[in-house]
Design a protein. Structure first.
Length: 393
């Protein structure tokens, strides 16, 4: 049985180039970048190089790049740091489909009495831009809108929203965790003030993130401590992971055009074949701009957790949406926000491709998936029938 990994929006395999670059910084070049001797200097140089590599991917200055522990930390810091730095403004605007790293921050702020506006999306996952724009007031401290959705891959018009915020003097943050490496960035001339990235979504290890912060904006660091990262994110640098992040950024940049073509053509093939082979399949966000690697589909009358388990028995790793939701039995907040019809919403499947997927992987899944959907549809229908019969007794 061939194992097929199609959950690259959850996490990606560490690229061998990334791992090889990291290794010397564990046992050989293990110095503290703040130390004044050779292995300290070499660690410092490595961090500097990684910062330049990330800046090249983002199209910004190296001193606008701050290393953090993950995408979640960057997201939290962007919002809370903006509120701390601008205490006279308390209003936050975000969307109903953000990752929990933003959504739960916004909800907790709301509980603490901060006014928060959650802008809605339509059935295609498109954002209600009119409402977003009308919601901005002179009390708005920050607008945070994700660049691309982790579940559906739907892309939001970030430059347009950012420009609108800029014209009104409001800080603008975007969670670009899923967009990094899949969409070209040029932050130098963009209206984006703050942006978050996570290493493990682009073939670096888990546990390394980036916060981009435009020079001169009003923002306060959450952590206090040493002078690392210009005192904006104190704490001894995680040198091996920072090195890995830098190499991953360089790889993403150098392979961008080629990978975009390869991954998007595999994804398009996968979707068109699913539509041909499986009846009542509905591609989520089909009428919206989407990431090249993400295929999110709802199968009428199917059962998402049963599909994932069955696919797993065939060696296929997939998910129904966010990896952070899998412990709960709730339907995804993203699909709820998109008002996906009830008969489809529980049959959702996300297949997200990455740099190592091949045409053979896709053909393997295409062979298995019709059986999997059919079996879970039948099992669900039988269960519904048994429950109905029980009620009649
Ligand atoms: N934001 C988005 C859109 C994500 O998809 C994720 C991870 O799934 C995160 C933030 C959190 O990133 P991390 O896992 O590095 O904390």
């Amino acid at each position: 049985m061939k194992n097929v990994y199609l959950d690259n929006n959850a996490t990606t395999r560490v690229a061998p180039e990334v791992r090889d670059a990291m290794l010397p910084y564990f046992n050989e070049q293990y110095g503290n970048p703040s130390s004044l001797y050779d292995i300290g200097y070499s660690a410092k140089d490595a961090v500097k190089k990684a910062r330049e590599q990330v800046a090249a991917l983002l199209g910004c200055e190296p001193d606008e790049v701050f290393f953090t522990s993950c995408g979640t930390e960057s997201d939290n810091a962007a919002i809370i740091g903006s509120l701390w730095a601008n205490p006279h403004k308390r209003h936050v605007i975000t969307t109903t489909v953000e990752h929990h790293a933003i959504g739960y921050v916004a909800e907790s702020l709301e509980k603490k009495g901060f006014p928060v506006t959650f802008v809605e999306v339509d059935q295609d996952g498109k954002l209600d831009l009119d409402t977003l724009k009308k919601s901005i007031t002179d009390q708005t401290a920050i607008v945070s809108v994700m660049w691309a959705n982790n579940e559906t891959g739907v892309i939001f018009p970030i430059e347009e929203i950012g420009q609108y915020c800029r014209d009104r003097g409001v800080l603008f943050h975007t969670d670009a965790v899923q967009a990094a490496g899949k969409i070209k960035f040029n932050l130098k001339d963009s209206p984006i003030d703050l942006l978050s990235i996570s290493g493990h979504k682009l073939n670096a290890p888990k546990g390394i993130g980036i916060l981009y912060k435009k020079k001169g904006i009003s923002w306060e660091p959450l952590m206090k401590g040493g002078q690392q990262e210009q005192s904006q994110r104190p704490g001894t640098e995680n040198v091996p992971y920072i090195v890995g992040m830098g190499v991953a950024a360089e790889l993403a940049l150098s392979t961008f055009a080629e990978e975009y073509k390869q991954i998007s053509s595999l994804r398009d093939y996968l979707e068109s074949e699913i539509e041909k082979r499986i009846p009542d399949a509905r591609i989520t966000g089909k009428n919206s701009p989407r990431l090249p690697n993400t295929c999110h589909i709802c199968f009428k009358g199917a059962k998402d957790d049963a599909m994932i388990h069955l696919l797993n028995t065939y060696g296929v790793a997939a998910s129904s949406g966010s990896a952070c939701n899998t412990e709960s039995d709730d339907v995804s907040h993203v699909l709820r926000a998109m008002k996906i019809p009830e008969e489809y919403i529980r049959g959702s499947l996300r297949l997200s491709l990455g740099r190592y997927n091949t045409r053979e992987d896709i053909d393997t899944v295409l062979d298995i998936l019709p059986k999997v959907v059919e079996r879970t549809r039948k099992a669900k229908a039988r269960r519904a029938e048994a429950i109905a019969q029980d009620k009649d007794k």
